[in-house]
Design a protein around this ligand. Structure first.
Ligand code: UDP
Ligand code: MG
Length: 330
């Protein structure tokens, strides 16, 4: 890479997925615009840097608000998806609309403070193409959320999935990293894992997470579990391997039972124990088989979803910019 100081100041895109965020949009916009102003004043970013809001099928006033912001301010682009596709798809859709040299993804509630973007840009200028925001303290999250998150990162580590500890989706990516990411064809998006796969030089920036500005978390337990499971099955075949192991263990136990039954029969001359010795292995093997089928089914389901090659989002409308790179050609 050429030294950036010799080039024009790189432009920045901030991508913000929004789902029912009417309570925070105004404050968020003010803070993000102030951040852009400050960074531009310090010559960290080019003047034509932009904010890309993605409305992920909100049911409240989010879209009218975004529409107005985008038509009033040429530094704001508002993108509407046809319906709610979930955070990961909305973020991906937003990334696909950018053309700037650096792209920062951030949540609408600004729990991950935009004041950290400056440090991310510094890391970018040092030559890193991906800068992960890492939550240092999570005392604004509930105890339950912290514990489940911690357990999850450990599980993923044990499964051999390379994740940045305590990194959600607040990160900076170079144009090249974004363009490379956009070539990934999978339907089940787990972006924080996929970005690791890109392999470009990366680093981290630590920060303290703030409480939600307003409104409530759009990630209830059900959605958290869904994202967690997606992360496991999209990045690891360890559960499939565990089936083989389970099968081996079940086989070993069954063999032991057979030997025991034979010994009882030969040595004690008494009748082979009946009901229990039949029912135990039958139930045991049955449950192991069901479990294994369930795991195979999960992967089969994933394969089914992937081979359909369905677009991950449809753009309904773009205000303040050109619609770019549709998914229609997939
Ligand atoms: N979000 C989205 N689509 C959804 C759910 C959430 O675009 O279906 C956005 C939401 O508006 C926010 C971000 O994803 O900008 C993270 O959501 P939230 O802050 O509610 O999650 P938490 O921080 O509690 O994990
Ligand atoms: Mg949040």
């Amino acid at each position: 890479m050429e030294s950036l100081t010799e080039q024009a100041v790189p432009t920045l895109a901030i991508v913000v997925p929004c789902y029912n965020e009417e309570d925070v949009i105004a404050d968020t916009t003010a803070e993000l615009l102030a951040t852009l102003d400050e960074l531009a004043a310090r010559d960290r970013i080019g003047a034509d840097s932009k904010i890309y809001y993605v409305d992920d099928g909100s049911r409240d006033a989010t879209w009218p608000m975004l529409q107005k912001l985008a038509s009033d301010n040429k530094r704001i682009v508002a993108v509407a998806l046809s319906c709610n596709r979930g955070h990961q798809n909305a973020l991906y859709a937003g990334l696909s609309q950018t053309s700037e040299d650096m792209v920062v993804s951030i949540d609408a509630d600004l729990q991950d403070g935009p004041d950290n973007i400056a440090a991310m840009i510094d890391a970018f200028r040092e030559g890193h193409e991906v800068v992960f925001g890492v939550r240092k303290k999570r005392d604004t999250d509930t105890w339950f959320k912290r514990m489940t998150a911690e357990g999850y990162y450990r599980l993923m580590q044990a499964l051999g999935v390379d994740l940045v500890f305590n990194h959600a989706d607040f990160r900076l990516m170079s144009r090249r990293a974004v363009d490379t990411l956009l070539q990934y064809p999978e339907t089940n998006l787990f972006l924080r894992g996929m970005v690791r796969e890109l392999g470009f030089s990366s680093t981290t920036v630590c920060y303290a997470r703030r409480p939600r500005l307003a409104g409530e978390s759009k990630y209830p337990l059900r959605r958290m579990l869904s994202l967690a499971w997606k992360g496991v099955t999209a990045f690891s075949i360890a559960p499939l391997r565990a089936i083989t192991l389970l099968g081996l263990i079940a086989g070993g136990i069954a063999l032991g039972l057979i030997v025991w039954v034979l010994i009882v029969k030969l040595l004690s001359n008494s009748v082979v124990p009946g009901w229990a010795s039949i029912m135990v292995p039958v139930l045991f093997i049955g449950s192991v088989q069901l479990l294994c089928l369930g795991v195979i089914g999960e992967y089969l389901g994933k394969i089914y979803e992937e081979v359909k090659r369905r677009p991950r989002f449809h753009l309904r409308e773009v205000v303040g910019g050109e619609a770019r790179g549709h998914e229609d050609a997939r």
